[in-house]
Design a protein around this ligand. Sequence first.
Ligand code: PMP
Length: 313
Amino acid sequence: MPPTPLAYFGGKFLPVTEAKVGLMTHALHYGTAVFEGIRGNWNEDEAKVFIFRPREHYVRFLDGAKILRMNLPVTADDLTRLTVELVERGDYKGDLYIRPLAFKSSQLVANLKLHEIDDDFGIIAVPFGAYLDSSVLRCVTSSWRRMSETMIPPRVKISGLYVNSILAKTDAVLAGFDEAILLNEEGFVSEGSGENLFIVKNGEIITPPLYNGILPGITRDTAIELARRELGLTVTERSIGRAELYLADELFLTGTAAHITPVGELDVRKIGSGGVGPVSKQLQDLYFNVIRGKVPKYRHWCVTAVPAALAPK
Ligand code: PMP
């Protein structure tokens, strides 16, 4: 039996099965929580977990907390330090998913406010492999529309917002597809249920801008940086119409859980060759090395954690 994953909660490290909240918790009723998804990537040669861009994740996490009027007693650096300690104490020797969660913790019913309510937070680290089931995806355009900034801000990971993603993903999977692509209210392409979206057309990379209802993804930012600096390609952020996806040479999704994953088919139409396109492949290969700390130039994006059992005594 693998050991129970570890959590940081209530100011201490404990097995995740002991980190519990009550039935009257505000966040459980109303989705008044904010979360992050961070990956820890095991590097066998160095026997360390490389936590990828945790600071950027925690800046976005604290932005979400601010929108929910939370007063968390920690900075992005504090949260990064706690995460390293959690991974080290958990003695993980493999790929991980790290899930920070901040939530409205008061035990109340019928209270539709954000103020005068207590806040709490925790961090969980669990072993985690592939998120998506295929290496080349079959996607469908969802009949659900992405929430706009005027409803619940999609630029941070507010728990309640994820009902939108979950409706889209569930319908797509039950209809036999791997992932859903959502349009925004105006009909422009926004993103996948848990991934940002890119197309390649005539050697140029194009991705929807932040004002089209997307999450400013950390993998999106990583892919943009790598494409510009290492592949020398032009990356343009502009609104994308639905049919542009059908006519793209390549289409790929990016996300912490999803990595960089090509889409071979959308709405029962083949995209490009239907396989992994050359730009997607180059980016994917580079990205997999970067997130395991194998590219010295980008090692500053990683924070390392040494499993407790391997730490020098
Ligand atoms: N869009 C949505 C809706 C997401 O949930 C995610 C996953 N966090 C992403 C995009 C990708 O963001 P990131 O690369 O920061 O994981």
